[in-house]
Design a protein around this ligand. Sequence first.
Ligand code: WTA
Length: 645
Amino acid sequence: MSESVYPVPEAWARRARVTEEGYEQLHGRSLADPGSFWLEQARRLDWVKRPELAGDWSFDEADFHISWFADGKLNVAANCVDRHLASRGDQIAILWEPDEPSEEPRRYTYRQLHAEVCRFANVLKAQGVAKGDRVTIYMPMIPEAAFAVLACARIGAVHSVVFGGFSPEALAGRIVDCDSSVVITADEGRRGGKKVPLKANVDMAAAHAPSLETVIVVQATGGAVEMKAGRDLWYHEAAETVAGDCPAEPMAAEDPLFILYTSGSTGKPKGVLHSSAGYLLWASYTHELVFDYRPAEIYWCAADIGWVTGHSYIVYGPLANGATTLMFEGVPNWPDASRIWQVVDRHKVEILYTAPTALRSLMREGDSYVSATSRASLRLLGSVGEPINPEAWRWYHDVVGEGRCPIVDTWWQTETGGMLISPLPGATQLKPGSATRPLPGVDPQIVDADGKVLTGPTEGNLCIARSWPGQMRTVWGDHERFFQTYFTTYPGKYFTGDGCRRDEDGYYWITGRVDDVINVSGHRMGTAEVESALVLHPKVAEAAVVGMPHDIKGQGIYAYVTLNANCVADEDLRQELRNWVRKEIGPIATPDALQFAPGLPKTRSGKIMRRILRKIAENDVGSLGDTSTLADPSVVDDLVKNRVG
Ligand code: WTA
């Protein structure tokens, strides 16, 4: 064994649901007899009608379809709330830690959560929202965001949560794409002591979203907002006029649960659509297995509800499993870099799930912020969203966890609904930087550029050879795009867009995206989206955007911009363009570096050679490769000379 292997700690091996040998057996059985494996797993949910069918799917063009438990019926909110009332009605379901540490946390038992969700559902119904309607949720990290999501699930409405950091323009695009007539928002959000004008953003978005008829506003900060008569209503006023109980709508297993927009390598963000039963089963199954979760343990996923991690691992997975899930309104470095550890101590958090980018930014501040806190409650640490570099992994393990907590490095995607490749804390020896092995039910394959399946230790493109219940079902409004995006690069397989290495122990090491998607602070961004935003500016003729290495963010955004004739490239314009992108998409899309480029490297047929732009952004100009096929090879010299950052 090399020294960079971390064995399963004794304490974990003893309590493990799945042991080292157990894992091999379970994974083998899940692939040998998926039908009975998944019907057995389906018992973890409460069904209105228990399914007799498991997976029915084909990734082939002629017969392309995906369905799971198709004859079953259930309600997702009833599974996350109602079914716990008898056994743990008085247990805390949602534990809310406010942005401002001097404020009191809020706590909701399962019984209180039930009442809140019913009331919210009745407010939606009173506004005419019915099964199948799309409801856009643009909320800060307050408990009402979870109530809103579950209220939609309760009545069978399809929620589309839009991250509160997105701009009015981006919000409008998402409202229009799924034709949603209702937006749920708050007066303002708070993050790190700053206010986010959510309601004002909705007002601006409304100008570009003709389908919008109703805006339900939760009072969060009490800040002044304008209320438009006939369109806007206060949630707390509407809630007083509705009944306290609301029956849960029985839904078909394959009925849609939610849409979540995510960036791809081309075009506008896609509305990833997830099903009711398969998705919930996956969220519950993975949450229990990967965190070896037992009800009532204090669990904290420090993501935002606007991303898939928040959906699956703040709301649906933990609540389906009867967890106490902590929801945090703030940011890791405010009021100072000890905030996460303070929150861990305050609430005796046992399981912490966060992103490498947060760890890297805290690591930089030094160990004293960590060592000033106890963290004695912590038992297990998780990582998600981007590759974790071994240095950050070791800091998390040695400093934060003081060597006693395993780290589950979980690889997955918005499209996968939940984790696919991850250690199990009682079963998997860890290697820093590796997401380790596939979960039972998951069949990864590494293929070369021609789609040939590679065996043994190897490196290539990561595909998944068969369907799993949590898989997305379509791109909202564009089923053809779903098929084209994921199933045509390597016919018959789901292509993840990630590169991957498999080592001699069968461990998977995700090497990052192989397409034009970049991962900035764990947030997915399509380079094409940033380019489209840039070329909307009147002075910009052309733009090309690539990723560049960034110490904290993992990847930063590097933009090359060609201006229209007679426009002056100066510092002011550079700043103006960065702000422009910020306004068009949101702060997370702001280019870290912006280079004015009189010309871009193009082939004779006019295609931009991104490979060269990536190398220059990475400052790896010694290995630009063959530039002789360029229409004008001299542009490269200029680009190298004027490189920024
Ligand atoms: C990357 C977030 C390495 C990967 C859940 C994937 C990771 C993309 C990991 C999906 C990990 C996520 N190790 N890379 N543990 N987790 N990724 O849709 O490139 O926001 O394709 O889902 O993040 O990002 P998304």
